[in-house]
Design a protein around this ligand. Structure first.
Ligand code: PBG
Ligand code: ZN
Length: 322
């Protein structure tokens, strides 16, 4: 035998030398759920290890994470005033802009702050847009999303991340930011976002499940890979700076093909359902949590993601799993 691939697997030293995929703490973004009030740090039952934080508790938790280099954060507002037309989504006194100001005040440029831009946590019906005749109206929603992005950018967001899947929203947000001179506020688009069951725990956490119907008239159909690349190409044309694939685990094929189709950085969102699945297995003693988590993270990177949004970030970084 001449060919013996096992030679390169003999011990850890040679395995590490030939490893094709490397991970670093810089690649990870950690999500936070922020609620109104004071002294709140409530565990989210469907997402063990993840909490709802009021801003005062958020500041303490962020400070703990910062010691380990958890400094890229994705912020979600939860439990805010809901209305038919989602006015709360762009209220400069709601929790997300308030948190942005306080985080910036306390930590300055040590943090890179990203906000989710979508109205589902702010609408009475729980849809990601303005609802009329039981249909989520595309163009009227663009205006609200642009206002929401502006509110976040003015409060200090470095980057906004629209997750609604309306047509034309990246362009609408880019124009609104530029008109205000906010030319350096970046946009990470949830470009390839599929309708599916993996957002279940998040919707419990964010209280954002649609009261009636589902999100299939705006989020992608998971049977379609070519359409997914079309969505990504449109977002790139409209001015997105980073393209994201979501969910991640069941969509590794799209991470890989998007990586080849674009020159923009590719991110993936290791979503709530993927997190809870792993946590549930680990808590039952059915599998080794660290091993399973890291196998998934390497899979995202190997597929082509340079950026990983994950609820596991704190464990990975603080427990030195890298
Ligand atoms: C809001 C939004 C969702 C997620 C991120 N932004 C939920 C949804 O689209 O229903 C999901 C995140 C997760 O499941 O971890 N549109
Ligand atoms: Zn939404």
């Amino acid at each position: 035998m001449i060919q013996r691939p096992r030679r390169l697997r003999k011990n850890q030293l040679i395995r590490d030398m030939v490893a094709e995929t490397k991970l670093s703490a810089d690649m990870f973004i950690y999500p936070y759920f922020i609620v109104p009030g004071k002294g709140v740090k409530h565990p989210i039952p469907s997402m063990p290890g993840i909490h709802h934080f009021s801003i005062d508790e958020l500041l303490k938790d962020v400070e703990r994470g910062l010691k380990y280099g958890v400094n890229r954060l994705l912020l979600f507002g939860v439990g805010e005033e809901k209305s038919e037309h989602a006015q709360g989504a762009y209220d400069p006194h709601s929790v997300v802009p308030e948190a942005l100001r306080q985080l910036r005040h306390s930590f300055g440029d040590e943090l890179y702050l990203i906000t989710d831009v979508c109205v589902c946590a702010y609408t009475t019906h729980g849809h990601c847009g303005i609802l009329e005749d039981d249909y989520v109206q595309n163009d009227p929603t663009l205006d609200v999303l642009a206002k929401m992005a502006l509110t976040h950018a003015r409060a200090g967001a470095d980057m906004v991340a629209p997750s609604d899947m309306m047509d034309g929203r990246v362009g609408a947000i880019r124009r609104a930011l530029d008109q205000e001179g906010l030319v350096n506020t970046a946009i990470m688009s949830y470009a390839v976002k599929f309708a599916g069951a993996y957002y279940g725990p998040f919707r419990e956490a964010a209280d954002s499940a649609p009261g009636k119907g589902d999100r299939k008239s705006y989020q992608l159909d998971f049977r379609n890979a070519r359409e997914a690349l079309r969505e990504a190409a449109l977002d790139e044309e409209e001015g997105a700076d980073i393209l994201m694939v979501k969910p991640a685990l069941a969509y590794l094929d799209l991470i890989a093909s998007l990586r080849n189709a674009t020159h923009l950085p590719v991110a993936c969102y290791n979503v709530s359902g993927e997190y809870s699945m792993v946590k549930a297995a680990a808590m039952n003693g059915w599998a080794d949590e660290r091993a399973m988590v890291m196998e998934n993270m390497y899979a995202f990177a190997r597929a082509g993601a340079g950026i990983i949004i994950s609820y596991h970030t704190r464990d990975i970084v603080e427990k030195n799993w890298l």
